[in-house]
Design a protein around this ligand. Structure first.
Ligand code: 57M
Length: 358
């Protein structure tokens, strides 16, 4: 909005010319989202506590979690409000990609809110049935992909890390693939959100990585230089990725160990859905496997554990997802979280290096 309001004055006041720069607006989107989270956090946590929206702890989990019972959850609402406000303030609202990403935030946020509401307000401990959650997530992702390929006539070609000249055209097969990327990312972040700050940190790291990816993908000179697909207008998404980074930093102030608030599904589902949506829009879907490598490891640990248990009646890990395995091996919770953050940072740096290594 500020872009539209203030850039118009640049003819008489050259200073306002700065509002045309994505880098400037992204930087202020980071700061705006951070300050909003930081400012509304304490009051929001008090309101969640007063409303008794506290986490129930499953008995079959690590014993160390039992002391977390009653911790306010649904703190993801803080993140969503901060990202939305910063995006509306600093992004170019004429960009269809901006509205598509905000639709992803709102739609996945709504699914997560419905799940949390049933669990914590209506006290239906199971929340949304898994199949309904998956169905609605798939429907939302299908709408996003449908708009991209229907209204914005996106190419169905794939771009692969390391291979600059290989762009297989999946044609219609690309559509379910893109839906899988978005739904998979949403659920992988959800599974990872099982320790204080364990999802928030890596999402912040992934948001920084995709701030860079969106900027270079939407920049003709950089895209040509890096031999990556140029997506006209994708650079505007850097503003929202920056807002996501700032909001995660602000939320981490309260979600770090010992957490005074959890994000809830209302946070984890849209955070993952947004990362998946950005990966599809910038045509860096496989890069997400690297940028979000930690989320992939966590989801993979569950798949392997369930498959092993079903086929061999034996577990591979002491408990899945992976973070619980290390907890049960005796690692302190902060130790698990910080080490997983380190893995997330290393994987994000590796993923950015593939933009050049091709
Ligand atoms: C999402 N939710 C946390 C919190 C957060 C198929 C199976 C792998 C599913 C999985 C599952 O239930 N996943 C749900 C993970 C939960 O966190 C809440 O959920 C929101 C995110 N969606 O915002 O509101 C618990 O995580 C802890 N937590 C923190 N700090 C945080 O900042 O400590 C969360 C955020 C919270 C709190 O204790 O209650 C969760 O773990 O449920 N199931 C599991 O992950 C379970 N694993 C399991 O059953 N493994 C089996 C099979 C199925 C693979 C096995 O290994 O044999 C574990 N989780 C629980 N109990 N709660 C272990 C058992």
């Amino acid at each position: 909005m500020l872009y539209h309001l203030l850039y118009a004055f640049h003819a008489d006041h050259p200073f306002f010319n700065v509002f045309r720069y994505i880098t400037f607006r992204t930087s202020y989107a980071v700061l705006t989202a951070f300050v909003i989270c930081f400012a509304i956090g304490p009051r929001a946590i008090r309101r969640l506590r007063q409303s008794q929206i506290g986490q129930q702890i499953r008995k079959d989990g690590p014993p160390s979690h039992l002391s977390k019972a009653g911790t306010p959850t649904m703190g993801g609402l803080i993140i969503l409000m901060a990202v939305l406000a910063a995006a509306l303030l600093w992004a170019d609202l004429r960009s269809p990609y901006v509205w598509l990403l905000l639709f992803s935030l709102a739609a996945f946020g709504w699914i997560g809110f419905a799940d949390d509401y049933l669990k914590f307000v209506k006290k239906h401990s199971a929340g949304l049935r898994p199949r309904y959650k998956l169905l609605t997530q798939t429907a939302v992702a299908a709408v996003i992909v449908g708009i991209l390929y229907g209204a914005l006539n996106y190419s169905t070609q794939l771009s692969l890390p390391f291979f600059k000249n290989i762009h297989p055209d999946l044609r219609w097969v690309y559509l379910p693939f893109a839906v899988l990327v978005i739904v998979g990312a949403s659920n992988a972040v959800n599974l990872t959100d099982g320790l204080d700050g364990l999802a928030t940190g890596p999402v912040a790291v992934a948001a920084v990585a995709y701030t860079i990816v969106t900027y270079v993908t939407g920049h003709r000179v950089f895209a040509d230089y890096l031999l990556i697909p140029y997506v006209d207008g994708a650079g505007e998404l850097a503003v929202i990725c920056g807002a996501l980074f700032g909001a995660c930093l602000g939320f981490l102030w309260f979600n770090s160990y010992p957490a005074s608030v959890f994000m809830g599904d209302v946070g984890s589902l849209p955070l993952g859905g947004m990362l998946g949506t950005v990966a599809v829009i910038t045509k860096h879907e496989f890069l997400l496997l690297l940028v979000g490598g930690l989320f992939v490891l966590e989801a993979l640990s569950v798949i392997l554990q369930v498959a092993s248990f079903k086929m061999r009646a034996k577990r591979i890990f002491l408990m899945a997802p992976l973070h619980h395995h290390f907890e049960l091996k005796g690692w302190a919770e902060p130790k698990v979280v910080i080490r997983f953050w380190i893995i997330a940072i290393v994987m994000a740096l590796l993923s950015l290096s593939t933009l050049k290594l091709r």
